[in-house]
Ligand binder design. Sequence first.
Ligand SMILES: *Cc1c(COP(=O)(O)O)cnc(C)c1O
Length: 500
Amino acid sequence: VSTHPTAETWESLDPQDWESLQALGHRMLDDMFEHLMNSRERPVWQPMPDEVRRTFRAPLPREGRPAEAVYQSFVDTVLPYNMGNDHPRFWGWVMGNGTPLGMLSDMLAAGLNPNMGGGDHAAVEVERQVIDWCKAMLDWPETASGLLVSGGSVANLIGLTVARNARADFDVRHDGLMAGRPQFTLYVSAQQHSSVERAAEILGIGSNALRMIPVDDAFRIDVQALESQIQADIEMGMRPIGLIGCAGTTNTGAVDPLDALADIAEKYELWFHIDGAFGALAYLAPGGRAKLRGLERADSLAFDLHKWFYLPFEIGCTLVKDADAHRRTFSAHPDYLEKKTRGVASGEIWFGDYGIQLTRGFRALKAWMAFQTYGVERVGRVIGQNLRQAAYLGHNVEARPTLELLAPVDLNVVCFRFVDPAVEDAELNDFNEELLIRLQESGTAVPSSTILKGRFALRCAITNHRSRDEDFDILLDAVEATGKRMLDEGWRPPGQEAGG
Ligand SMILES: *Cc1c(COP(=O)(O)O)cnc(C)c1O
């Protein structure tokens, strides 16, 4: 019996009939263009019916079925029940829309499928170029290092890992954070994004040692309280190592006084990291730069390209001023990854040396194509448009007596609620939560929510290149109409419903 593979047993996952898959591919492309062109015509979001949901509980497919049939399942069960962030009236959390060009770029990237961990190939040059352009657009030095990552959460983790290792006076990689060493502390505003806290936990510093500093009325870090906390920690024998500035908080879009934070970081020799997940991109907008003074003084900066640069998920970036500290934190070259001077395993920069992942996807391509196709001026104008829309929305909230603005509008986040004398103060939170859910279920618009000083807020974070001014009128009309309908229905808080 021959042990050689034979023509009869050989198979690959390429199509047996390339032409029919090609035809299907063209149909998919046409359908997705259609989908994107008509985003305005659909409800933003709609709940998935039970019979559709049941189709996602199918047993493991042992044998295949035609790609055409699988695609039909996608058309029937996935496409109509999408999250909705491609819609002009989606402003929940902080989400970009993606772009048609980004969709095409992701297809090209998946088609080539290079591994971005390292080596000498064109895709590595693409990422290198994109990082250089990121530095240039934010006026960061050319000598800084950078890495494209999945998003702001990992971008923060990368920056703070470099911070920990660079500020330790021992070899953290080798020794770990052993008992007997002083306790490291980090500092951030109480309005921090949860990914900063999670980074402190992952890094073994602990969330208790991430000091959450109170904020002022505009939700910016209180610099005096910060300095008092640092001094108190030093007196207690702690080792302050890092300060995190928020350039655009998730809750309200507040920007910390970055210049003042940079001064404090210098004074106490702290690593200064900025979480600019979406806010840093305001730098590109006319008038945005002035809001971000001090951005250039950070040791590391985290930002997303899938929020306010509108690229498809996932793409974020970390920049680090001290490129050596960055590489020393992550580089690893076991025998099977030995760098060569020639061949595929050569190449100057191995991105695997600058982060957690070895195998990495070609997310750089969509940024490379976007930078060249739009130019940063155009992206900056659209970001500026979102800034103006946030001001417009905030202004109109204040102009309507049934609505109350709950935080100053500094960047692109607007927090507000419905108020009416018929609803008692203590019931406003439940009232607005129900209002928000009804609004989402109606498919008219999708804000999300937050709690500000104990008050439930409808929250719009405007990182949407499809929104027009009238979309915000539609939103406020719908909020008022929904609130009035609830009053007419005699709404009562949960547990106190009439007859309940
Ligand atoms: C969204 C966000 C993050 C996390 O970014 P992801 O891309 O979701 O991982 C971190 N910080 C802030 C301020 C954010 O808005």
